[in-house]
Design a protein around this ligand. Sequence first.
Ligand code: F6R
Length: 369
Amino acid sequence: EKGGWSSFMAKEVSEEPEAVANTIRGRFSDGAVTIPELDGLDELFLGIDRVIVVACGTAAYAGMVGKYALEQWTRVPVDVELAHEFRYRDPVIGPNTLVVSISQSGETMDTLMAVKYAREQGAKTLSICNTQGATIPRESDAIVYTHAGPEVAVASTKAFVAQITALYLLALHVGRVRGVLSAEDSAEAVSELEAIPAKIARVIETEQEHIEQFAGWMADTASVLFLGRHVGYPIALEGALKLKEISYIHAEGFAAGELKHGPIALIEPGQAVFVIVPSPRGAAELQKKVVSNIQEIRARGARVIAVAEEGDVSVLPFADEVLRIPLAAPLFEPLLAVVPLHIFAMGLATAKGLDVDQPRNLAKSVTVE
Ligand code: F6R
């Protein structure tokens, strides 16, 4: 039930802190990750030489974020593929390939077909899923459930942060099993993750009203661009998807480094551009590059909305709006940076008088190919 909320989406965004907290609950002890569902699977994780993540839409963007953590902590190469593309291109898979599917509903036909196909080709399969007993986990060798709670709004929000959390837990677990991640580094990551729910709550508390206000001013905007780099890149894609999905405004996400290879031609006076700014402490080199991207687009008249760490003043001279996120280690920033983008999409669609829970032409779970 919606309770006192104006929409399921509003309720579900407000539940993003719990979605992360509930997904990590019971999976840590003494700074170490223990995922009961993965007990007895050490041999599987020791034997793999490659991971392919298959998913669609928002779940695929969670997968793209997860790739950074999986590669960093496990040193196993990771590819992320849209499930419908993977299935139809004769991919190279073998007995040492682990295919990780991500699905909120667990019923997405494209993802299910990709998992079945991977199994037929002899791969091992692991499902990250939010729905107990759904078809995709039943077709998989291993399951890690996200505990975001039921998601009703068509646009996925709290499930997204839970999917990233589950991927990080998986990466920490596999990294430890394979002996490539130290207990110390794992404990540090665990404590970063444990701090995330309160930080998301702070973003909602401090920025929601501000975002809804300027989203209201932007109700007539024809197009919004989103730029991000490293783990901010999939967040840019997610921000754009959410906006087009529920507000019907043209939106595109780009890797910030790609700007000069084409998209900068789109920049004209008044073009709204969200920029996810990496941490100046944790990712100083990338932060400088992104700030120089901001200068480039600002010089061409873009209206810049920066999502930046608290205390990062370098963006102030060039940004029309600054949305603040609390400090976190770089790999954990996506869990914070996405929150203002979810609120923005919702705020803009609401300002246009649209039904944010039931966008046109879309279904919550896509059970046809
Ligand atoms: C976006 C959205 C969709 C789903 C996609 C996968 O807001 O909701 O892009 O993420 O259809 O759905 P699941 O996760 O159920 O497989």
